[in-house]
Design a binder for this molecule. Sequence first.
Ligand code: BTN
Length: 335
Amino acid sequence: MSPGKGSGQGLAAVLQVLRGAADAVSGEYLAAQLGLSRAAVWKRVHRLKAQGYVIEGSPRRGYRLLAVPDKLLPAEVLQGLQARVFKGPVHHFETLDSSNNLAKELAARGAPEGTVVVAEAQTGGRGRLGREWDSPPGVGLYVSLVLRPMLPPTDLPQITLISAVAVVRAVRRVAGVAPGIKWPNDLLLNGKKLGGVLTEMETESDRISHVVVGLGLNVNNPEFPAELAATATSLTLAAGRAFSRVDLLKAWLEEFEGLYDRFLNQGFAEILEEWKGLTVTLGRAVTVRQGPREISGLALDVAPDGALLLRTAGGEIVRVISGEITPGPEAGPGV
Ligand code: BTN
């Protein structure tokens, strides 16, 4: 699979001129503006149409952009994106097995920090702890981001928490609702799962070589398969209207970049405070499952390195760095 195919190189400039024009634009004008031959302009217009852009073309008047597809196309995502690092390349696919798988492959082959992989649908979307991620076409965000932080592997949990804070901020900005975070990075709305982040890391001796952060967000899903219906929700189901996946992705990239910069330059303390303000986990009785092992206790706090601190019935404080949380005996809904 060639990631270059989806990167939209050269198309963005044509789109920019078409978008800025009040009326039709002649092929000659486009060619002169962009320093291209008319044949090259025609080819680009043809490729844009193949991607779903509706462009009217008449030999007399020229080209007019009539409609933009509801897709996470690179030219849409990059348009006006306020990001310095997390600005692509954006690799877009109609279907992937898993955007995390491709992002890991690209990262292993040297893809730079800020590389974004987006799929309209996934056939093998993966969640945390070996679960599947339901990824039907055109309704959700299935996106993976390559990071190359100069950090020790022990800092991974912090990156995980940062990614969740960035999602909450992005959803608040675009949809006007604020999901809660279930430790470490499940996004809940009305007690149901709205999204989640799968963070995967490759190390080189005692350093992170790269991290892939994969976000799955239920945006315009009108419904869920029977086995998920009781536990999953989407922004559309919660708010009763559709949302722009492009705007949500742009907002996530922008918020993530701001938080990641702050983390690298000023440390994790302030971001952890923000995470604590957004979590629905602390102060609740919970059970953490780690494979066959279970630990129950009161979710007391999150340590500066991102670990969850549980106080067991025996009064012991246990540090948990991964696992699945379910409500403990006294916990209310939404934990
Ligand atoms: C979770 O279990 O809550 C994490 C879900 C993460 C799903 C996303 S969808 C995009 C990326 N590709 C994957 O295969 N998984 C992540």
